[in-house]
Each structure stands twice: as C-alpha cells, then as structure tokens.
Design a protein around this ligand. Structure first.
Ligand code: DGL
Length: 270
C-alpha cells in the first residue's frame, strides 16, 4: 500500500513531511522531477508531458493514488489528466481544492453551491504559470462569492530554493510581498500557492504582518488526504516500500532534501 507524492522538485517535501506525520502507516513514494524544475515558467503542454511521465513511473511503484503536490502541475495539467488521461482504476488529486475548502470554511469534499464567506481580500503567491492559469480563482468561484483575489507571480523564488540560496530566496520573497501590497494594501489572508514557499513561511508572515492569516498547504493537504483515504480505502495502492525518486542528480538532491527536512533522505534515480 503506497501513495505517490509528486513535485517538480524539492518543494513537495513540505507536503511529504506533513502527510508522513499524519499517516505514519502509509508508505509514501516521493517523486521529484528535479531535472526539469522549475515548472513555473513552462507551457501547459510541456508540464502535461512531464507530469504524466512522472506519474506513470509512480504507477510502476505500486501507487494507485498520486497527489500532485505541485500547484503548477495542478494548475496547468490536472484537469486535462483527469478528463483524458488517468486510467479508471487510478486517481490523481491536486492541492488547490483542500486549500480553498479551508479558506472558505467547508468540509472536505463539500460540493454545495458557492456562498458568501468571511474572507474578502486574498493575496495569492504562486509561480508565473500558476498565476497565468487562473486555476485558483476558478476553483474558488465554484465555492465562494465576493472574494477579491490579487495574485503575485513570484519569479525566481523556486530556482533560489532549489539551489539552496536562501538569502536570495528571502530577498525575492520580500520584494514580491511589497509588489503585492502595492496592489492590495490590506489582504486578510495570504495563500502560499507553491509547495516551495512553506520553506519561506516565516519570511512571508513577517513581510505581510501579523494581521494576515497565512495559509500553507502541507497540513491542509495531509488532513484532506487522511479524510479521502478513510472514504476510499481501496485507493491505497499495492506498493509496500517508501521511496524517494528523482530525475535529477540523486546525491545532490539527497543533500538538499536532508537540509530541508533536517533528517537524512536518500533519493535514487527514477
Ligand atoms: N513546487 C511547484 C508548485 O507548487 C512549482 C515549482 C516550479 O517547478 O516552478 O507550484
């Protein structure tokens, strides 16, 4: 029984960490497409091709359910995958919906019509491709009315984090928050709409100010996955071993992952 966690690189480790803590009995297979990161500046077709190739590799590891713990892949490829690509006995889920359900104070999987919600001004920080897709606004519109979303494309942050240059990442986060505040001076909530950004959560919170509620995906995805597996226990696949797979250089990726998670992580070549 294993469940796949996919990301374009290392950012999904924030989700992996949360789901492992929430569901310690499930062996997770993590797949980082580090050779092709960042996805955030690629075309939708390109992201569809890379994501489907990676997910097929996870089917081979015995995962029947794969979480796209990558907002960019969720935004650019998930709908097309679900509509025309995922085999009937497999599932691929994204990370937007749990976040939006939390923001709009819904139960997991509540598909009732959109309604007015408490939060009115929301800042979205995400990659350029995610922002351009408007997938977040589309999913939000299915669930809430009257919410003003200001999106800020955070160019460069993922590259800096993947390279381990946290000083550059911090400077970029501060300048993206400033740019957002020029467009929306007083957001009530901020969405960290990229799996890499929780690694910079303190910087986002400090730059935004204590009055802004920062929503970070990892814990929300873990809660919603736990609920999903309770409702669909058959979706835990046949795999029995946890694994960390990368299309990048396994040694370099293992070292960075170990630095991020503060425990030894060993990646092998995908
Ligand atoms: N971590 C991915 C996300 O959540 C994208 C990073 C990238 O490859 O640009 O959006």
């Amino acid at each position: 029984m294993s469940v796949g966690i996919f990301d374009s690189g290392l950012g999904g480790l924030t989700v992996l960490d949360a789901v492992t803590k929430r569901l310690p009995e499930v062996p997770f297979v993590y797949f980082g497409d580090n050779a092709h990161t960042p996805y955030g500046v690629r075309t939708s077709d390109d992201i569809f091709g890379l994501t489907t190739r990676s997910v097929e590799r996870m089917w081979e590891e015995g995962c029947d359910l794969v979480i796209l713990a990558c907002n960019t892949a969720s935004a650019a490829a998930l709908r097309r995958m679900q509509e025309s690509w995922v085999p009937h006995d497999k599932r691929v889920l994204g990370v937007f919906v749990p976040l939006i359900e939390a923001l709009t104070e819904r139960q997991w999987g509540d598909n009732s019509p959109p309604r007015e919600v408490a939060v009115k001004h929301v800042a979205l920080f995400a990659t350029p491709t995610t922002v351009a897709s408007r997938a977040f606004q589309r999913e939000l519109a299915f669930r809430a009315i009257g919410v003003d979303v200001e999106a800020q494309a955070c160019g460069g942050v993922v590259d800096a984090i993947e390279e381990g240059d946290m000083i550059l990442a911090e400077a970029l986060v501060r300048s993206h928050v400033e740019a957002l505040k020029r467009k929306m001076p007083s957001p009530e909530a901020a969405i960290l709409g990229c799996t890499h950004y929780p690694l910079m959560e303190e910087v986002f919170q400090e730059a935004l100010g204590p009055e802004v509620a920062v929503y970070s995906q990892a814990r929300l995805v873990a809660d919603s996955l736990s609920d999903y597996l309770t409702r669909h226990p058959a979706m835990i696949g046949t795999g029995t071993r946890p694994a960390f797979l990368t299309t990048g250089n396994p040694r370099k990726v293992s070292d960075r992952a170990t630095q991020f998670l503060r425990r030894r992580i060993e990646f092998t070549a995908a």
